[in-house]
Design a protein. Structure first.
Length: 315
């Protein structure tokens, strides 16, 4: 059965298709004969209590020079779509929260939404990992610079980051007693107005920050290790890290088994876990990536696995 599918995403004309998981979903949906559309958050709205969206029909091609063509957008009730993916990048700001509320209306009208809108609101990608403390390194969340500074002193060296960042932005590596620590903490907390996270520095980052993808709570058998390059300590691909595919370790599978059932219960059907060494550091639910790289390195079709499960649910 052909489905009406829409992907709420960042502008399709600006993506890098070799690394874009939203594009992988569009390709797979089209391959299966579904009708594919794209939209942005600003294209969503509500009229007379019904969710609506300005949907742009697209045809996609796996060609880095010419990857899509589009027809004219048309405002439609969201209930006309069988399946909607929410895939815009963070930050999870007020507009994003409002978009999930509109998607919640569409969900009540019969559209399947991946990931679940309530789960997207509830699961901050930094804080969500702390639902599973047995999997995490020593971690502190606070808006108080003195408390954060004491945590750094306790562990000697830490990674400090905001709760709403992505792609390695505004992440600092700091040692106890260094001259810049005070200003780093003032910047991250905005003088005590925002929360920041401190995690014990994990030297295993030199071997890569592993991205493990979960489909309905079950791990893909390979991960993508994002390995820092040059003088950079961050492994994020957006920060210049090199992606290297690897089979999951026993510890990776243990972490997935700890986390997966709860994420599935919350309707998080496509999730990316970030693991450094033996420790879970983040749970990515908004727009997890690395599907295309793993497909290319290991001959997988991860989007196909996800669609198999979604189609079975709809059927």
């Amino acid at each position: 059965m052909a489905l009406n599918v829409i992907v709420v995403m960042d502008p399709i004309g600006s993506i890098k298709i070799a690394k874009d998981t939203s594009f992988a979903l569009l390709l797979e949906a089209q391959r299966r004969g579904h009708h594919v559309h794209v939209a942005g958050i600003a294209d969503m709205g509500v009229r007379d209590g019904a969710a609506r969206i300005s949907a742009t029909p697209v045809t996609v091609r796996d060609d880095v020079r010419d990857w899509f063509s589009a027809d004219a957008p048309r405002m439609r009730p969201m209930r006309e779509f069988d399946l909607a993916f929410m895939r815009t990048d963070p930050p999870v700001d007020a507009a994003y929260i409002h978009a999930t509320q509109i998607l919640g209306m569409a969900q009540r009208e019969g559209t399947m939404v991946v990931n679940d809108p309530q789960g997207l609101r509830d699961m901050n990608e930094k804080l969500a990992a702390l639902l599973f403390p047995q999997c995490c390194p020593p971690t502190l969340v606070s808006g108080d610079a003195t408390t954060l500074k004491a945590f750094v002193a306790e562990h000697g060296e830490c990674v400090l980051k905001p709760l709403d960042g992505m792609g390695g932005r505004s992440i600092f590596r700091a040692r106890a007693g260094e001259a810049n620590l005070n200003v780093i903490l003032e910047t991250l907390t905005d003088g005590g107005r925002n929360f920041a996270m401190a995690q014990k520095y994990l030297p295993e980052i030199v071997d890569g920050d592993k991205r493990i993808l979960l489909i309905d709570g079950e791990p893909v058998p390979y991960c993508l290790a994002r390995i820092p390059q040059g003088d950079e300590f961050r492994g994020n691909l957006a920060a210049g890290g090199r992606g290297e595919g690897r089979p999951l370790s026993e510890r990776d599978r243990w972490i997935a088994a700890q986390v997966g059932p709860e994420l599935k219960r919350r309707g998080m059907r496509l999730v990316g876990l970030d693991v450094i060494g033996d420790w879970l550091t983040e749970v990515n639910v908004t727009s997890p990536t690395c599907m295309r790289e793993l497909d290319a390195q290991f001959g997988l079709n991860i989007a196909g696995d996800l669609f198999d499960r979604i189609e079975a649910t709809i059927a």
